[in-house]
Ligand binder design. Structure first.
Ligand SMILES: *[C@@H]1O[C@H](CO)[C@@H](O)[C@H](O)[C@H]1NC(C)=O
Length: 344
């Protein structure tokens, strides 16, 4: 009797387990099938070509992990920003950081405290919002590609802004000239650099060529001296915004587009799609971008309007709104730590 009961019990357990296993196997297979289909659609959309089947399988695993991360982020209801399966969805965060960022950070804190004067220190009134795009001081979003020269894009966008404010003319200027010709000190083309050093180069070079004359290639080339001798615009100097002070940054951005450095190393940044970005991020500055405005959304959340250089399909047409006036003095992702601008 006892053993029969035991057998029956074992049998029931086996059936339940069997049902459960086959159910979860088929669910996993269905999930994988739909994920494979998603990957195929994504490949077609972005024209991605993998060199062989092994590479495709490796990319699929990364793609699947990223899609899961993005979907689980978006399921949380009270988030102020959304992520999306964008063109970077088959790259690990590590690969993405290595290829896209490249802000070197100031060599020592000494340099920050040695900082020049701050021409906006006595500014008392600033508009409640600002969008330099609407004032015609911002060129269309560019794409640095697989080259860590964000620093050049950040410096050039700030220079395009100050030039437009001075001359009334918006001209797209050359990042490639900085990548190729500005090889002193911290600036090492696709291997990274600093906006302040870029401004120094432009001052010493007595100007910068247009994008048309010295177009972007996205790789390190030798300097074309003839093109670099063409000067579409010039700057007279550069200043740093007092560090760790969002109020000072506000005074500056109210007056011109400003080069800022941020910690853009996280997956949330890689897949940011829309809304006001509130983190995750630290303050290990690794990416140069440009603050081109600020504002407050309907809910009262204050933000910086930031121009990135990852193409127009990333974020809000190439831009990100980042939370402003947070408790930490460094600002969100360290945005108030090392900002600077050219003077013309
Ligand atoms: C700000 O005001 C102080 C006091 O009047 C003055 O000494 C300083 O030069 C001013 N700064 C700038 C950048 O104009």
């Amino acid at each position: 009797m006892g053993s029969t009961n035991q057998n029956q019990f074992a049998c029931v357990v086996f059936i339940i387990l069997g049902l459960w296993v086959s159910h979860s196997v088929s669910r996993t297979l269905n999930d994988d099938a739909s994920m494979l289909e998603k990957h195929e659609q994504w490949i077609a959309l972005h024209g991605r070509v993998y060199k062989d089947v092994a590479e495709k399988e490796r990319r699929f695993v990364i793609f699947k992990e990223n899609v899961k991360l993005i979907e689980s982020h978006n399921r949380v209801g009270d988030r102020l920003y959304k992520l999306s399966v964008n063109e970077f969805a088959d790259q690990t965060n590590k690969e993405f950081k290595a290829a896209r960022n490249g802000y070197k950070g100031l060599p020592s804190m000494g340099e920050t405290s040695l900082s020049s004067s701050f021409k906006y220190e006595n500014v008392t009134a600033v508009p409640s919002s600002m969008d330099w795009r609407k004032k015609g001081a911002v060129t269309p979003v560019k794409d640095q590609g697989q080259c860590g020269c964000c620093w050049a894009f950040s410096a050039v966008a700030a220079m395009e802004g100050v030039t437009q404010l001075k001359t009334g003319k918006l001209v797209s200027l050359s990042e490639q000239e900085l990548v190729d010709c500005d090889v002193k000190g911290e600036d090492q083309g696709c291997q990274g650099g600093l906006m302040d050093d870029a401004f120094e180069f432009i001052i010493n070079n007595k100007g910068l060529a247009t994008e048309v004359i010295y177009p972007y290639m996205g790789v390190d080339n030798t300097c074309n001296a003839k093109k670099a001798a063409s000067h579409a615009a010039k700057i007279n100097g550069h200043e740093d915004v007092p560090a760790n002070n969002e109020k000072a940054l506000l005074k500056a951005v109210a007056n011109q587009p400003i080069s800022v450095a941020i910690d853009a190393s996280g997956s949330a940044f890689q897949f940011y799609s829309s809304g006001i970005f509130t983190g995750e991020c630290g303050t290990e500055l690794d990416h140069g971008v440009t603050a081109v405005g600020y504002g407050t959304d309907e809910d009262g959340t204050k933000y910086w309007l930031v121009k990135n250089s990852w193409g127009a399909s990333w974020g809000e047409n190439g831009y990100i709104r980042m939370q402003r006036d947070i408790d930490a003095k460094e600002g969100l992702c360290g945005i108030a730590m090392e900002s600077s601008y050219p003077t013309a």
